[in-house]
Design a protein. Structure first.
Length: 165
């Protein structure tokens, strides 16, 4: 069968030959369909970290889903997370046992699928983009950079090109 090399090829979302259930840290970003603002009650202009923004009912369901990840998957902990108006950042850690062997863990894709499914079931409709972004954390510096990114993301929200009043 011949394939036309002129057709655009979708960029691969995952590393080839990488086991996404391997013990380690993973940075995940999950966005809403068409970057709709579902998760905050107020998206008006604020200066600095939007402390006055409350999670909407949708945002509270997402928060509940995130806080249940470790209950559903005991080998996974949520190290950091932030729920933005139209996306979520997670820093997940898959633990190893005392001997350094990976504990039985689902893949990162399975965790995200479960999170999206839980929220979709509670809302009665899907609000998510089809795919998600992941980054395998490679070392302590990489880990710290992503913790800082999660912490500072609300500070940058006002300047986001998708920000709208």
């Amino acid at each position: 069968m011949c394939f036309n090399n002129d057709t655009p090829q979708r960029k691969k979302n995952r590393l080839d030959c990488y086991d996404y259930s391997t013990a380690g840290a993973y940075f995940i970003t999950v966005c809403t369909k068409e970057r709709q603002n579902y998760f905050w009650n107020s998206v008006g202009a604020t200066i600095g970290r939007p402390q006055d923004v409350e999670l909407s009912p949708y945002g509270k369901i997402v928060d509940d889903a995130i806080n249940n990840i470790s209950n559903i998957y005991p080998s996974i902990s949520v190290e950091q997370y932030v729920i933005m108006s139209d996306h979520v950042h997670l820093l997940l850690l898959i633990h190893a046992d005392d001997c350094g062997r990976p504990m039985v863990a689902p893949t990162i894709s399975r965790v995200v699928q479960q999170l999206k499914g839980y929220v979709t079931k509670r809302l009665g409709a899907s609000i998510w983009q089809k795919l998600f972004f992941d980054h395998v954390i490679r070392n302590e510096q990489d880990y710290e950079e992503h913790v800082r990114y999660i912490f500072e993301n609300p500070l940058r929200w006002h300047y986001d090109k998708l920000y709208s009043e």
